[in-house]
Structure formats: structure tokens, C-alpha cells
Design a binder for this molecule. Structure first.
Ligand SMILES: NC(=O)c1ccc[n+]([C@@H]2O[C@H](COP(=O)([O-])OP(=O)(O)OC[C@H]3O[C@@H](n4cnc5c(N)ncnc54)[C@H](O)[C@@H]3O)[C@@H](O)[C@H]2O)c1
Ligand SMILES: O=P(O)(O)OC[C@H](O)CO
Length: 503
């Protein structure tokens, strides 16, 4: 890991984006403090607004038509995203309630009851993800060659979130030779990791490699780090980052593993993190079928890392890859994240079906139709269909819906057997992200850009009526979690729906 990405060259409309500029300044690997190239221009946003303005962005996020401001309906610059989305005909998520920008406030007023925004004029663009270029392939080769033990030993990784997945990824990285520091919340947890080489709260039966250490001191944890792995649950992320925001070294790249939609903003992690930690750093997102327990046990696992800047994804893939941990790369963080969030909600539904004893036919139908709902939302958000059929899409959905280790599935099974949600959550120490994500999704589907979705939905005109037809499983899970429906009534309502053309 001797080189890292400084910034891509600006692209012009109609021209093929130029390859990212590489910074080879630091032999110790990813340097958060390396001098940066001039900020690129965000062509997508500039074209969309028709103004020759420029926004500073880090990494490869501003590459022509792949600009994240066009694809995302929120993020660090909601006004820009909304303008770009409107011009491109791509719906956007409502801005964060905490947003301070006047444009965002206006957009919120519109969502809250003013004039509704116009429906999109054309269908979202699908398949706009770039193909690997020869430069990408060269990078992949170079990255593989670079993972030599001496270099790894000088590349410190800090992991935020000392739970199951943080601990499992710490082990993967440490086995590859990287020194890892887990940022723990409790001193006794850090002490036991340092003295006994075990995480006493999560996966405690596993001995951690000696190059995994822990601390509760954030300044010490971040000091000298070349990469930060974010494994804090989605709903705790905002508070966690607000607490430590001054401790993050400028430019420290982030690899996020959390899956879900933040309830307060309705944002994905690829929108939330840059809004909290700024756009002048690289972000990548890891997902795919990967139970922490199997990862730490060294059982074969394959995941995907997505980043707007492909070389960054390649570098991270090289850091994490091993014979039992295969890392594919993608340039579609939005697709990966939408799928990662929604599969947890589908898994709750699958669990309910199992808990009710409805059999495998029902389960397969439910999961398949759940995937249709996932696909509809992902395409609305500008994701690639390829991502949805990949490891982070159906791959992780299969694992979570059918795998006995899934916490989300377990919540569903217990609901189906008649336990209350409060009792289930009170008796579980671990996070089931699908619970809060289901609530966020319901709000987004009823008030957000999905509610604006144009097209034929049986002549129904209200957003709620259209959403009920298009997203019966996702909305049904939210209603059950909220106590408005029993699992039995929810599944009966699904069965009572008239058959229609499969889509
Ligand atoms: N466990 C898995 O198999 C797995 C696999 C892939 C992805 N993920 C994702 O990784 C993320 C983390 O999941 P996990 O399995 O590690 O969860 P977990 O329940 O095992 O642990 C959560 C960790 O977050 C910490 N935490 C909670 N609130 C916090 C706060 N306010 N500030 C700081 N830390 C806080 C807890 O102390 C704990 O260390 C989730 O989004 C999950 O979907 C999990
Ligand atoms: O245990 P779950 O339901 O949170 O699922 C874990 C991971 O997301 C599997 O990839």
C-alpha cells in the first residue's frame, strides 16, 4: 500500500473522464495528510444547475455522469443534489431535518405540505456504472503486488465500533499483517482485548491476533492511522461522529461497513458520512454475505467494496483479501448501500413467515417479491441493476433471509411466534438494523421521492395508495414493527393482494 489517490482530474461534458491522479508520496501507505491535488469540479451538478460554479470534492466522486450529486438524493450538498436530480429527472430523498441551507429548508417545506415537487419526467437511468478501464486493471495488479508484509506492518488501521463486525474485520486485517486499533467504549473491554486477546462482549470465543489492540482514547486510536473502518450501527453513527469529529485526521479515508438508513435524515451511510466528516476524504462501502462469526472463523466469504473512485476500492480490496476473504470491487456505492439496508427488512419478513410456519414456498415467494421492491427503490436512487444481482444484493439477501445466524431474521421469527418487539429487543445485545431501517423506509416511501414516482399504479393517485401497491412487504414489516398489524394479518394482507403482472 505505497500509493493512494489524491484526486481525479476534472472531466468535461461529452469527454471520457480522465483517470484518477495517483499520489505516491508516502511509503507507509495510505496517508491522510498527503498534499492534495486541486479540488475537481462537479460537472454533473454544474450542468444540472446551468451555473458555471464548482464544488470542491474529494476522491473520484466528481467524475462526469457518475457524479454522486446526481445519483444521490441528499448528502453533503442537498440543494445541489436536488437541483441535479430535478434536471436529470431522478427523484431525490428529502433533505435532512437538521439541514441549515435555505434551499434545503425550502425543499423541506415543500415536502411538509407546500406545493409538491413535480414528478420526474423520465425513468431513472439504469446501467450508468463505468466499465473497468485498463487503468483500473493496472491498479488492481499493482495493488496485489503491494501487499507485502513489511509495508502492511507500517499501515495502521483504526476501527470504530468494537462489536461483532468490527472485531471480525480487525482479525481479517491483522491476519494480513496490518496493525489494528479498535476504538472501544468501555475500558474493561479494551483491557481484556489488550491482555487476553479476546473481545469479552462479542465473539469472545475467538482469540484475536496479537497485532489487534484496543483503546478508549480516540486521539490515540486515530493517531498515525492510514485507514478508518466504520462499524458503528447506523442509528448511533451521528452521535458517535459528533463526539469524535475533531479526532478524525483530515483526509483519513473511511471504509464503512454499516448497513441501513438513518431514521432522522432518511440518508444512507454514503450520504450521512460525507455530511458529517466532509467531502475532502475518500469513502468506500463494504457489503455482501458476511456473518461476522464465519468471517472471524476463517470460513470462506466473499464481499464487495464499492467506491466512486475505483482505485480506492481496489486498494482496500488488496488490503483485505485473503484466500478465505474474497473482495470484489464496484463503482456503485448507492446500489450496494440500498441493497444492504433493505435486505435486513426483507429478512425480518422472511423470519416472520418462518415463525408462522408458512413453509418454504411462501418464504421463497416473499423473498423474491421483497427483492422486486428492493430493485424498484434501488433503481429510483440511480443504482445499477448489476449490483442488485450481485453479492451485496441478492447474495446478502439470501444469507440474511435464510441464514440461521441473522439477527434480523431472528427478530422476524420471534415476532412470527408471537413475542413482542420490545421483549425481543430487550433480550438481544446485538443490533438488528432492519428494525429502524423499516421505519425510515416507510417514511421515505410515503413522503420522499418514491412517493413522487410517476407511472401507472392502477390509476391510484395518492402516494400512500401507490406505495401500498408497490411496496407491500416493506410497508407491511414497518406496520408489524409498529404494532399496527400482527404478523399473521400482514401476511394475510399480502395473500389477499390481486395477482398482477410480475415486475
Ligand atoms: N455482524 C455481522 O455479521 C455484520 C456483517 C456485516 C455488516 N454488519 C453491519 O455492521 C454494523 C455493526 O454491526 P455489528 O454486528 O458489529 O453490531 P454489534 O451489535 O455486534 O455491535 C455494535 C457495536 O457498536 C457499538 N455502539 C453502539 N452504539 C454506539 C455508540 N453510540 N457509539 C459508539 N459505539 C456504539 C457497540 O458498543 C458495539 O461495539 C451494522 O450496521 C451491521 O449491519 C454486521
Ligand atoms: O445478522 P444480521 O441480520 O445483521 O446480518 C448480518 C450481515 O448483514 C450479513 O451480511
Amino acid at each position: 500500500m505505497a500509493a493512494f489517490i489524491a484526486a481525479p482530474a476534472a472531466s468535461s461534458p461529452g469527454r471520457r473522464p480522465r483517470p484518477p491522479v495517483l499520489c505516491t508520496a508516502t511509503p507507509a501507505g495510505v496517508s491522510p495528510r498527503a498534499p492534495r491535488a486541486p479540488a475537481p469540479r462537479c460537472e454533473g451538478a454544474r450542468l444540472a444547475t446551468g451555473v458555471a460554479a464548482a464544488w470542491p470534492l474529494g476522491g473520484g466522486r466528481a467524475i462526469g455522469r457518475h457524479c454522486r450529486h446526481r445519483r444521490l438524493g441528499g448528502g453533503a450538498l442537498p440543494a445541489v443534489a436536488a437541483a441535479a436530480a430535478a434536471a436529470a429527472g431522478t427523484p431525490s430523498l428529502p433533505p435532512s431535518p437538521t439541514s441549515k441551507t435555505p434551499a434545503a429548508a425550502g425543499a423541506m417545506a415543500a415536502t411538509a405540505g407546500g406545493t409538491p415537487p413535480p414528478p420526474p419526467r423520465r425513468a431513472p437511468v439504469v446501467g450508468s456504472i463505468p466499465r473497468p478501464t485498463s487503468e483500473d486493471e493496472q491498479w488492481l495488479q499493482r495493488s496485489r503486488v503491494k501487499r507485502d508484509p513489511a509495508n502492511a506492518a507500517r499501515t495502521k488501521v483504526v476501527i470504530c465500533g468494537c462489536g461483532s463486525f468490527g472485531t471480525a474485520l480487525a482479525t481479517v486485517l491483522a491476519r494480513n499483517g496490518y496493525p489494528v486499533t479498535l476504538l472501544a467504549r468501555r475500558p474493561w473491554v479494551a483491557d481484556e482485548i489488550n491482555t487476553e486477546h479476546r473481545n469479552p462482549k462479542y465473539l469472545s470465543e475467538h482469540v484475536l491476533p496479537p497485532n489487534v489492540v484496543a483503546t478508549t482514547d480516540a486521539v490515540a486510536a486515530f493517531d498515525g492511522a492510514s485507514l478508518c473502518v466504520h462499524a458503528v450501527p447506523v442509528q448511533a453513527t451521528r452521535a458517535f461522529i459528533m463526539e469524535h469529529v475533531d479526532d478524525y485526521p483530515p483526509g483519513l479515508p473511511i471504509l464503512c461497513t454499516s448497513k441501513g438508513l438513518e431514521v432522522s435524515s432518511l440518508w444512507l451511510m454514503c450520504e450521512l458520512l460525507p455530511s458529517l466528516l466532509g467531502t475532502e476524504r475518500q469513502y468506500a462501502f463494504l457489503s455482501g454475505p458476511s456473518f461476522a462469526k464465519e468471517v472471524i472463523s476463517g470460513l470462506p466469504t466473499a464481499v464487495v467494496i464499492a467506491a466512486d473512485a475505483r482505485p480506492f476500492a481496489h486498494q482496500l480490496a488488496a488490503m483485505l483479501s485473503s484466500p478465505t476473504f474474497k473482495v470484489f470491487t464496484s463503482a456503485d456505492p448507492v446500489g450496494l448501500e440500498v441493497a444492504g439496508a433493505i435486505k435486513n427488512v426483507i429478512a425480518i419478513a422472511a423470519g416472520m413467515s418462518d415463525g408462522l410456519g408458512l413453509g418454504t414456498n411462501a418464504m421463497a415467494a416473499l423473498v423474491t417479491r421483497g427483492c422486486s421492491e428492493m430493485r424498484r427503490i434501488a433503481l429510483l436512487k440511480g443504482a445499477s441493476a448489476v449490483t442488485l444481482s450481485g453479492l451485496s444484493g441478492v447474495g446478502d439477501t439470501f444469507l440474511t433471509c435464510f441464514g440461521p445466524l441473522s439477527r434480523n431474521r431472528t427478530v422476524g421469527v420471534r415476532l412470527g411466534r408471537g413475542e413482542s418487539l420490545d421483549a425481543i429487543l430487550a433480550s438481544s445485545r446485538q443490533i438488528a438494523e432492519g428494525v429502524e431501517t423499516a421505519r425510515a423506509l416507510e417514511r421515505w416511501l410515503l413522503t420522499g421521492s418514491a412517493a413522487m414516482e410517476a407511472g401507472d399504479a392502477g390509476g391510484l393517485t395518492t402516494a400512500a395508495a401507490r406505495a401500498a401497491i408497490r411496496y407491500p412487504i416493506l410497508l407491511g414489516v414497518a406496520a408489524v414493527l409498529d404494532g399496527r398489524l400482527t404478523p399473521r394479518d400482514g401476511l394475510d394482507a399480502l395473500l389477499a393482494m390481486p395477482p398482477r403482472q410480475e415486475d
